[in-house]
Design a protein around this ligand. Structure first.
Ligand code: PEP
Ligand code: MN
Length: 271
């Protein structure tokens, strides 16, 4: 692929492993789980404890929610970050949250372990440069209208600032299909592996928008070579302030984790 200097897969085929705490993304099978948004201390802590018990490796939760409508729940901001830090302390697991404003990057870093760049901000080059200057790993989601080349060039922006820890995340793209929220592009996983050394995970929650489809798309992602998954889980999805239809309960997430671990083990044995 043209223009890629740092993101391109080298002749040695060496792959990047991003280490966060004890978790090695790109080496171990990794699941990030938690609610779409941090809504309250009780909701976040209960969910974090539940997903940890189920076997998740990293806790997610949005403190800044980039919503389609300016009147929809926008996240708790600093209060949400403090709750996330507490969830991390209680569970002993690293936490990931989305950052939407370049001016927030340095202080958000004080509360979380991984910075997420959302689909809507994939090509926000000021934001990419800023997270590239930070010392935290960055999860870069694929924009909903973006090609692989555009996506990898955005990773290049982060790498070019000196931050080597970039994780890619496929979260579905816009097509003519309306039954699903997005079309989860699983063919991008082997394509990514062909072009770059960076790890790739899949978000089947935003990728489908429907909880009934998450299990099979998660398993398919692992079979297609994904290094992990990011899955939305809420202690009470029916009361969620965002993405209520695509968040699993903790009781739904537990058996899924068991199936995913088995799938990951199987894939290791055959690949
Ligand atoms: C999210 O993961 O919270 C999110 C908003 O996802 P995306 O940027 O993929 O829409
Ligand atoms: Mn969401």
């Amino acid at each position: 692929m043209k223009n890629l200097k740092l993101a391109a897969l080298g002749a040695d085929k060496k792959r990047t492993v991003v280490q966060v705490g004890n978790v090695k993304i790109g080496e171990d099978f990794v699941v990030m789980a938690g609610p779409c948004g941090v809504e309250s201390e009780e909701q976040m802590i209960n969910t974090a404890i539940g997903v940890k018990e189920a076997g998740a490796h990293i806790i997610r939760g949005g403190a800044f929610k980039p919503r389609t409508s300016p009147y929809a729940f926008q996240g708790l901001g600093l209060k949400g970050l403090k709750i996330l830090a507490k969830a991390s302390e209680i569970t002993g697991l690293p936490v990931i949250t989305e950052v939407v404003d370049p001016r927030d990057v340095s202080w958000v870093c004080e509360y979380v372990d991984i910075l997420q760049i959302g689909a809507r901000n994939m090509q926000n080059f000021t934001l990419l440069r800023e997270v590239g200057k930070s010392n935290k790993p960055v999860l870069l989601k694929r924009g909903m209208y973006s090609t692989l080349a555009e996506w990898l060039n955005c990773a290049e922006y982060i790498l070019a600032e000196g931050n080597p820890d970039v994780i890619l995340c496929e979260r579905g793209i816009r097509t003519f299909e309306t039954y699903t929220r997005n079309t989860l592009d699983l063919s991008i996983i082997p394509a990514v592996k062909e072009c770059t050394h960076l790890p790739i995970i899949v978000d089947p929650s935003h990728g489908t928008g429907k909880k009934s489809l998450i299990e099979q798309m998660s398993i398919a992602s692992v079979a297609a070579g994904a290094d992990g998954l990011e899955i939305e889980v809420h202690c009470d999805p029916s009361s969620a302030k965002s993405d209520s239809d695509q968040q699993l309960t903790i009781d739904e997430f537990k058996p899924l984790m068991a199936k995913l671990n088995k799938t990951a083990e199987f894939m290791k044995s055959v690949m």
